[in-house]
Design a protein around this ligand. Sequence first.
Ligand SMILES: Cc1cc2nc3c(=O)[nH]c(=O)nc-3n(C[C@H](O)[C@H](O)[C@H](O)COP(=O)(O)O)c2cc1C
Length: 182
Amino acid sequence: MIGISGATGAIYAIRLLERCRASGCETHLIASSAGVLNVHHELGLDRKALERLADHAYSPADVGAAIASGSFATHAMVVAPCSMKTLAAVAHGLSDNLMTRAADVTLKERRRLVLMVRETPFNLAHLRNMTAVTEMGGIIFPPLPAFYLRPQSIDELINDTVERVLALIGVEAASPKSWTGL
Ligand SMILES: Cc1cc2nc3c(=O)[nH]c(=O)nc-3n(C[C@H](O)[C@H](O)[C@H](O)COP(=O)(O)O)c2cc1C
């Protein structure tokens, strides 16, 4: 499952969807209204164009969708990018829309949840919410560039991050670069 919330960094979601499709991983997409707004602002894609990149797409209001239940087998969930609002909802088990419900289910079923949180600087609520999600077994993965890999372009920098996320959720085709020493 892939969630897109209204933080900056929509390209991470797009690249994840493209890589999942290329690797034969089935994707279930939930994008919040603010997420779609940012996808459009940053990349010029509307909801329809965005949803075409996924195998299945849902409205955040559709809390009756199959993915709202733990009985629906999923492998993992990534929220890319994850806003502080969605982080707060997940940290507090709010389940107030399909994205936060799906994240809640992912945690309760002890499946892998990766939140690509994006804000700077952080206030204490953000930090506490990240701690709470970590305590529940979720993974806080801010999309921070690994400059030691010496990326030659923004594209490469994004791909490096996305490959690491794919490896974290166990996608076999993931090819994160590894450090081989100086
Ligand atoms: C252009 C733009 C950039 C934003 N960037 C961030 C961000 O990086 N992090 C964040 O937490 N919120 C950011 N926001 C604010 C969220 O979109 C807002 O809090 C929204 O209510 C989040 O809702 P959602 O979590 O349901 O998507 C941004 C908003 C806009 C319009």
